[in-house]
Design a protein around this ligand. Sequence first.
Ligand SMILES: [Zn+2]
Ligand SMILES: [Zn+2]
Ligand SMILES: [Zn+2]
Ligand SMILES: [Zn+2]
Length: 287
Amino acid sequence: MLPSDRRNLEKISLKLLSASRTSLSDEQDEDLNTAVLKLLQCSASSCLRYLYPPIKQCRSGHCLCLSCSELPRPICPQCSTPLIQARNVALEAIATKLLAACKYRSEGCPEAMPHGYSMLAHEMQCHFRLHSCFAGKCKWTGTVRNILEHMESHHRERVFLGSEKVFKIKKINNREDMDMMFLFSCEEGDFWVKFIYSKAETSFFGAVQYIGKADIAGKHRYRFEIKTSGDESESLYTFSRRTHADTTNFETIFNNHDCFWAPINIAKYFAENDVLSVKLNIDYIGN
Ligand SMILES: [Zn+2]
Ligand SMILES: [Zn+2]
Ligand SMILES: [Zn+2]
Ligand SMILES: [Zn+2]
């Protein structure tokens, strides 16, 4: 760390953020937080880590992260002077008061955690994380709030506004592989619906993912239904379940059969004029 950096650090450390905060809501605080974090980079030029207790230093005052200070030769990778035993407690105190922002900060996420903790669990579920478009070769990625707009402008035929739809599947007696994916958008939110026929497994599979936070996915239920029409001895074949989180991919869901699953014999039994009608509903059910 250069002497001018150290002076800066001393100046801004007076305004340090409180460790109890978990969001970076104020722009000035955020700039300050980022500036201090930058100053707290390990002195070893090949190391990109931020300093976090225990912070060791060399005789010339270069501060090192734990792994750089534990190299077999106890000398400073920056200036080759020996490392000293004393830790830099002032920097350690500063380091524990800094916050590290979620990597989707620029998309609008205000979440942050004390520097040194992993944000990974949050980032995997972050409401502002980037989603890919499933349609063929489309390279689009964007946040959940832009999915509907993208789908409507580029893949209108895959968008369904509402929470109920009857799929009409033809050629049941000679069914080839099928792969249909839709975006269902209703008051409760946006959902990916995937419906396939696998010739290898001679079965239809259908599942619904809620696009957004996993705990909200558990508050919705999807229900697939096929039935014979009309007469009094109506037969019904249904499957219902809470919607899947969009962090669980469809392949895993289908492989585990944790979804609507109808073998071809069932489909043939319910088909009329070689067409199978499968009704899908998505409801909000709360906790
Ligand atoms: Zn280091
Ligand atoms: Zn040094
Ligand atoms: Zn986030
Ligand atoms: Zn697309």
